[in-house]
Design a binder for this molecule. Structure first.
Ligand code: ADP
Ligand code: MG
Length: 393
């Protein structure tokens, strides 16, 4: 078990919390503050326990001078202040005298947000390359380090892995919840265990399919990904999305897991993504100029016939092009079925999380994982460096 924020006496201590404020922004306005809200439990805990709080986060990517202004974290300090109803101090620079002064001025329960950690990438990628000198500088600002930025746990950067190595450390509530849920569903010995994969490209997900394929009793494959599997098994898929780089892998998987893999039998097709006219057809009857954008009613029934007995389900990837109203049905029907039947389901992946929030009642699921890349790497069976760097109890 990893150490957590609960394992420390925080009173009057300077606590550095690595949060994930990589929020979507347009012209300096935050368009979705979900990630800021998700950081509140750990911050409130630190306030209640009278810590002096220093927050670090990245925002976007910094490659050139022009990227600095659009990825300025200042608006986040304002929004955080509104949510907490408390002034949040801000340091416009990632190091220097002004920052140090602000750290020294912190009183119990005060919060200081430091500028985007990736400002340090402009000159030699110090943050992203986990620069030793930078990690030491930041670590010296605090006394305890808490990692609560789940979304970056698959990266070894100065602000998460670098600092963790130099201070007593622990995870925050957000990271704790994510890893507890993921570990529990992967490790509990209940069956049938069903993995449902969808989304666009096979080769992005090869390692996930391989790792989960070993553990699952059934692999239901839908979405755009299914066409590469169908093509690999010699079925005509018209103009549907095929991931050429993934064909050999699919052939291998179809041999290795022939008793586990279930593919769609029908789908909704159109002549293009923009076309308004669609039709439902068996996969094998797809015309050359047609592409499949959603699973069809018989496939939905087929998938449900497996899911109804499942003891646990992991989903990665939507069943269709859910951004378009015409192709939301398959994904929605599957989510609603799992929610209504109270089947223990974990949904992971950036677009998968977005699709369940859009189409179904996300409260009814066991867990919707918030980290895109981090969750995928976890599902691949990798150890996440941001978590590995935290000490065991
Ligand atoms: P996640 O982010 O959850 O890991 P992916 O990024 O792999 O998921 O896949 C999501 C994308 O796959 C969505 O943009 C969706 O529109 C697309 N997609 C799903 N089904 C199809 C399809 N049949 N044809 C084209 N794109 C599809
Ligand atoms: Mg995605």
């Amino acid at each position: 078990m990893k150490k957590t924020i609960r394992d420390y006496d925080l009173k009057e201590k300077r606590i550095i919390i690595r949060v994930d404020y990589n929020v979507p922004m347009k012209d300096g306005i935050i368009t979705d503050d979900t990630r800021i809200k998700a950081s509140l439990p750990t911050i409130k805990y630190a306030i209640e326990h009278k810590a002096k709080i220093i927050l670090l986060s990245h925002l976007g990517k910094i490659k050139e001078e022009e990227d600095l202004k659009k990825n300025d974290l200042y608006p986040v300090s304002i929004r955080l202040g509104e949510l907490l109803q408390q002034k949040v101090f801000f340091s416009p620079k990632t190091r220097g005298e002004e920052l140090e002064q602000k750290v020294n001025n912190l009183k119990e329960g005060d919060i200081l947000l430091i500028q985007n950690t990736r400002y340090e990438d402009l000159d030699g990628k110090k943050e992203s390359n986990c620069d030793e000198e930078l990690a030491t500088y930041w670590a010296n600002l605090g006394e305890i380090f808490i990692n609560d930025a789940y979304g970056t746990c698959h990266r070894a950067h100065a602000s998460n892995v670098g600092i963790a190595k130099k201070l007593p450390n622990g995870i925050g509530f957000l990271v704790e919840n994510e890893i507890n849920k993921l570990n529990e569903i992967m490790e509990e010995n209940t069956h049938p265990f069903i993995v449902m994969m969808g989304g666009a490209k096979v080769h992005d997900k090869m390692k996930v399919i391989e790792n989960l394929g070993k553990k699952a009793d059934t692999l239901l494959i839908g979405g755009g990904m299914a066409y590469t599997f169908l093509a690999a098994s010699g079925i005509e898929v018209g103009n549907s999305l095929i991931d050429e780089e993934g064909i050999d892998f699919c052939t291998e998987m179809l041999q290795k897991y022939q008793d586990k893999i279930v593919l769609p039998i029908d789908h909704i097709v159109a002549k293009s993504k923009e076309a308004q006219q669609t039709r439902i057809t068996f996969i094998a009857d797809t015309q050359k100029e047609e592409s499949g954008f959603d699973i069809g009613p018989q496939t939905i029934d087929l998938f449900k016939s497996y899911l109804k007995d499942a003891k646990r389900v992991i989903i990665n990837g939507p069943m269709g092009l859910f951004e378009n109203k015409l192709y939301q049905n398959g994904t929605k029907e599957i989510y609603d079925f799992l929610a209504t039947n109270k089947i223990k389901t974990l949904i992971g992946g950036g677009d998968s999380a977005a699709s369940v929030n859009l189409l179904s009642d996300s409260q009814k699921f066991y867990h919707i994982s918030t980290g895109g890349g981090a969750t995928l790497e976890y599902l691949e069976g990798k150890i996440l460096p941001g978590i590995e760097a935290i000490n065991e109890k």
